[in-house]
Ligand binder design. Structure first.
Ligand code: AMP
Length: 198
């Protein structure tokens, strides 16, 4: 089962993706984590994306698509993937479909962590800045990241909705409550897959 975990910065995508890795053995593919790793190891790619990330802009589709492509090759026998922070643009969503198709897979579900309240997102990201010290977790950059999310990434929802793949979870609940809502969605999906398989 391949999932896209979808939502604005601060919605809890990474936290929930990590829980699914622990609980279900899926492989988390976070383009944000990959780009931060490239930065901290000082690679040419890391240097290229540093300024873009610090402003809260999106790095090019080509770069993130290539990162995902190489991870899909690396984890050929994965039970499932959780795409966290990818796709963020229509071109990325189309590329993801193509890459998965080439491996005989598809996006099965899109879990939307709904948090409409911008102040709550800012509060959470402030907390993460204290806990993890991420350079882009400051108010100005966050506002730009939110604006990019609303302008470019939210537009992907109708694409997945038209395929009947989107399930919404209230991202304002506690971490445990969100995790249990997601677990119920995945269990229901597995059951319906098993029934349609016969
Ligand atoms: P994240 O950890 O997902 O919030 O990503 C941190 C930053 O990495 C973003 O603000 C972007 O600059 C960059 N980034 C991560 N994933 C993507 C993506 N799929 N497309 C473009 N830029 C990305």
């Amino acid at each position: 089962m391949n999932l896209v975990i979808f939502g604005p910065p601060g919605a809890g995508k990474g936290t929930q993706a990590k829980k699914l890795v622990e609980e279900r053995g899926y492989v988390q593919l976070s383009t944000g984590d990959m780009l931060r790793a490239a930065r901290s190891s000082g690679t040419a790619l890391g240097k290229k994306v540093a300024g873009i990330m610090d402003r809260g802009d999106l790095v090019s589709d080509e770069i993130v698509i290539e990162l995902i492509e190489s991870e899909l090759e690396t984890h050929k026998n994965a039970k499932g993937f959780i795409f966290d922070g990818f796709p963020r643009t229509p071109a990325q969503a189309e590329a993801l479909d193509g890459m998965l198709r080439a491996h005989g897979m598809q996006v099965n579900l899109v879990i939307r962590l709904a948090v409409e309240d911008g102040d709550e997102l800012i509060r959470r990201v402030h907390q993460r800045a204290k806990d993890e010290g991420r350079a882009d977790d400051n108010e100005e950059t966050l506002r730009n990241r939110l604006a990019n999310y609303r302008a470019q990434t939210e537009a992907l929802l109708p694409y997945y909705e038209s395929q009947g793949k989107v399930r919404e979870v209230n991202g304002l609940e506690s971490i445990e409550a969100v995790a249990s809502d997601i677990a119920a969605i995945l269990d229901a999906e597995k059951e319906s897959e098993a029934q349609s398989a016969g």
